[in-house]
Design a protein around this ligand. Structure first.
Ligand code: ES4
Ligand code: ZN
Length: 325
């Protein structure tokens, strides 16, 4: 007999790329609406393309499909679909990544992206009972000067965009390249996070902390290879946003049973569970929690800790955190 599926606890989602919520059905619909030719002629062949060997092989498809996003309404529809699904999986607060350069580099203006998303985020509280903000990520495999130029352009949206992040292909693009962009973001009063230690070595996590001054590390799973780093992450209670189904889909870990989440929890780290690119990796937030709990034998007490961690690790004002805890 299989054990019952545990109920979804109220949770904050802290590692979610809005472009990674583009379900194949919506991609096909937007391609038709915007007369964009997809390399995969139908839904069935598109679905077959969702099989990856590593981060770069995933990013090829992720950026290719992002091209169907053209008009403000496309970004609104994308965000509305995500917020609906997230609310159904217990998400009460979301700090959502967006990749502005993935759009501006192909001629879609920044205001199309941010105003389109803002439209959906504005009504998230009343429609879905969840608060949502954005974190604008720099693409680390592009010129750091582009990232530096993006920072002041975010000013008109500071109610919505509360921070900056760093994503895309990791290996070969160390955090130190973005020292100046992060210093500019800090001067603007923006929060700072970065992907580090997903495919890259523990030294990239150290670089994110020391060169970029990040308040939270995205993934960070390879930190466990460096005991001194683990001790520091525990002492400073640096949050790590872990994405189990993503790590398996991109082969950062061989399978969920080998995922370091339990070891990280047992080490006293402030880890949270998140969905990363749920349309590509097989599930939204609660799907991740259920799957990793089964594989690692996490019980109700551990799931409560994960949910509590998520609010502690969020950038919500202290009073709002307390309301959720
Ligand atoms: C990403 Cl899983 C992951 N890693 C790095 N960059 C990304 N962008 C979208 N998903
Ligand atoms: Zn990510």
């Amino acid at each position: 007999m299989s054990s019952p599926v545990p109920a979804a606890l109220p949770t904050a989602e802290l590692h979610l790329h809005i472009e990674g919520t583009l379900e194949p059905e919506l991609a096909v619909e937007l391609a038709r609406r915007n007369r964009v030719r997809l390399p995969h002629p139908d839904l069935a062949s598109l679905r077959r393309a969702y099989s990856f060997s590593d981060l770069p092989s995933f990013l090829d498809l992720y950026y290719e499909l992002s091209e169907v996003l053209q008009q403000p309404q496309d970004f609104t529809d994308l965000a509305e679909a995500y917020l609906t699904r997230a609310a159904a999986q217990g998400v009460r607060h979301a700090e959502v990544f967006v990749d502005p350069q993935a759009h501006t580099s192909r001629g879609v203006p920044l205001e199309v992206v941010l105003d389109g998303l803002a439209e959906a985020f504005r009504t998230a509280e009343e429609r879905h009972g969840l608060s949502a903000r954005l974190i604008a990520c720099f693409l680390r495999d592009r010129d750091p000067a582009e990232a530096e130029a993006l920072v002041p352009r975010l000013r008109p949206w500071h109610d919505l965009v509360i921070g900056v992040g760093l994503d895309s292909a990791e290996v070969g693009f160390p955090p130190e390249l973005f020292r100046r962009a992060y210093a500019l973001a800090a001067d603007e009063g923006l929060h700072r996070v970065a992907h580090a230690g997903e495919e890259g070595p523990p030294g990239y996590v150290l670089g994110a902390l020391d060169a970029l001054g990040v308040e939270r590390v995205d993934h960070g799973i390879r930190s466990i290879e460096d005991p001194a780093l683990v001790a520091r992450l525990r002492e400073e209670q640096v949050p790590l946003t872990v994405c189990p189904l993503s790590n398996v889909a991109l082969r950062a870990v061989p399978d969920l049973a080998a995922h370091p989440l339990r070891a990280m929890l047992d080490d006293g780290l402030l880890v949270t569970v998140n969905s990363d690119d749920p349309a590509y990796f097989g599930g939204y937030l609660h799907d991740n929690t259920v799957a990793v709990s089964r594989a690692l034998g996490l019980g109700a007490a551990e799931r409560r800790s994960l949910a509590e961690h998520s609010f502690r690790a969020s950038f919500l004002p202290e009073a709002d955190k307390q309301r959720h805890l």
